[in-house]
Design a protein. Sequence first.
Length: 365
Amino acid sequence: MSHKYVLLKEVCEKASSNIAQKDLAECDGIYPIYGASGYIKSVDFFQQAKDYIAIVKDGAGIGRAMKLPAKSSVIGTMQYVLPNDNINISYLYYAICSMHLEKYFSGATIPHIYFRDYQNEQLPLPTLEEQAKIANVFGRIDYFIKKEKEQLINLDKLVKSRFVELFLQANESFPKKKLGECTVINPKKSMDTRLKEDLIVSFVPMASVGEDGSIDTSEKKLYREVKSGFTYFIEGDVLFAKITPCMENGKGAVAINLYNGIGFGSTEFHVIRPLEGFTNPVWLYNLSVSKKFRLEAEANMTGSAGQKRTPASFLQNYEIKLPPIELQNQFADFAEQVDKSKLAIQQSLDELETLKKSLMQQYFG
């Protein structure tokens, strides 16, 4: 069914906020105020009495839209978009999301967009009843997307809490060791006889390692291209991002699915190699991303601001209570089962995202 098309400026009004986040420190109340990253705090005033849409107009996340509740406000880096009576606010929100407003940005240092840049974007305008039906379809998809993301977060928390329960709560029966006594820190490649000039290996830049333990090993290079100036590791090694802010943010992973079992990557990785019979890579990874470990690593960083790094000596001398390898392996099995559950949820989540994208194209073009 065809619908008439209207310009964005014909179905909404713009309004501005002059609120600076720095001025909110001593302002407390019951009315929420939002910024580009979401809720900031509750204050004793509000600028909008009805539900509205806010668009990030300055800085990171530029062009992203949010549907926000009545009796709330946004800070000055956000643009108010107030729907007219001829459009359903949820329908307008999804229509704006389909416009990809980030394409209108200008400014190199601090990007920004203006309502005047995108006010002539077109959108279909069916009846209010049809708008509500379309908005409800997207609302249900977003509900299930949110729930599945929450499940992924809860499964991550489950693994972390299990790790703390088994290994970080005081257990005097575990012998004290330095990490360097039960692993190899930054192993040398000179002993690896597999390394030949034309050998294909995985290449892992910093961007290919996530803050959730994920790792993309799909990029490949010849050994001769990476033998100098990159960090060497093998299947089952643990990668630990040593530079700020990657270290503080928890970047790291177990190196898996490496081509020919060998990888090279950023020089900003430390490599922790488990010793067979003493340490399990999954246990080592979870140790390396534990809050206590990262805080101590941060306290021991060296170098100037913006270029601070955790030295290898911190890893070498870090004191641990070494659990029996059998207990480490049991934990690794538990984590593997959780990963299988996460994979199934992620596949379902990907399908929902694909469905949403397809419907966005169908309804809004």
